[in-house]
Ligand binder design. Structure first.
Ligand SMILES: Cc1cc2nc3c(=O)[nH]c(=O)nc-3n(C[C@H](O)[C@H](O)[C@H](O)COP(=O)(O)O)c2cc1C
Length: 163
């Protein structure tokens, strides 16, 4: 094949898109769409999420030191789009569209109950990479729809219709 130079931004694809939920020190809940994310350690298991400092969620995660990564499937598209478009600064977005929340089992942040996988994380480090601050989260607990989980605990991701 013949090659030519292409754009540098977002060059690594395919990339997952997730919903990150969090809780502020005053107990308020929030969630936003995050496209800058990924696994970043196998042992111990860690994931990272990139948050732009102007996001309302940014300060919440900075202060609480925890977050939840929620994997959404296509039936959650409307909610996903709303949470990625509206800021909590402007509207109580979780209430606006009746997002179903449950408390995390380990961390003090909500999980989005209608997402098939929820990954509870404690922030162990963060690095300002440029436009985003990458929060490194130690995976504390993974909730998965029981229809997806094998006897050994592994999740069958092929069964998720990813957004
Ligand atoms: C496809 C998509 C990917 C996004 N990726 C990120 C991201 O990686 N980091 C980020 O801070 N915001 C990202 N956003 C923007 C936030 O989700 C959006 O600004 C949100 O309204 C912020 O909510 P908040 O201000 O209540 O925290 C993305 C939005 C979309 C639609």
């Amino acid at each position: 094949m013949e090659k030519r130079e292409a754009n540098k931004k977002g060059a690594l694809q395919p990339a997952p898109k997730v919903l990150v939920s969090c809780r502020g020190l005053d107990g308020e809940d929030n969630a936003l769409v995050v496209g800058y994310c990924g696994n970043c350690s196998y042992a111990p298991p860690m994931v990272m999420v990139g948050i732009v400092p102007t996001r309302y969620s940014y300060q919440m995660i900075k202060e609480s030191g925890c977050f939840v990564v929620n994997i959404a499937s296509k039936d959650y598209q409307e909610t996903f789009d709303y949470l990625g478009k509206i800021s909590k600064r402007d509207s109580n977005k979780l209430k606006d569209i009746n997002v179903k929340l449950e408390d995390g089992k380990v961390v003090n942040a909500p999980i989005l109950a209608d997402c098939p996988v929820n990954i509870e994380c404690t922030v162990v480090d963060s690095i300002m990479t440029g436009s985003h601050e990458m929060f490194i989260g130690k995976v504390e607990y993974v909730h998965a729809d029981s229809k997806l989980v094998g006897l050994d605990g592994s999740i069958d991701f092929t069964k998720i219709d990813f957004i």
